[in-house]
Write a new protein. Sequence first.
Length: 159
Amino acid sequence: MNNNQTIVKMVLDRWYALQKTVDGIFDSLTDEQLQKEVAPGRNRAIYLLGHLTAVHDDMFILLDLGNKLYPELNEPFIKSPDRAIAEIPPASQLRSNWKKLNETLNQKIGKLQPDEWFQRHTAVSAEDFAKEPHRNKLNIMITRATHLAYHNGQLALIK
């Protein structure tokens, strides 16, 4: 295994482990528990479910893997804070979206070759990437894994 393969494996292993942990939390929470705030005045678990789905959906575009599956989640879960939108999708739909999104995303990222991870992501221009080659697809995975870990910590407060 060369260095690029090792680095990619380390990042993806962490990504998959975090996903499994967060999946377990969402699977263990009832619809009633999803309505709880992670702390007084903070996001509800249902909002975090929609938010994580919407953020991960953006990865299809950033990693140049295709189109978003759920573009309609952008407004209520990325552009708006919790409770700013009166009606959000029901928990059952958000749970289904989360599962399908992760399954599809993981299939697509699993097909990328190690060297492809070091290519630029779509939010950086070719000119900027030439100056800053660390702005690559693998960096997207690292930042998204960090984001997922942050919200995993919040979700742990629900139980």
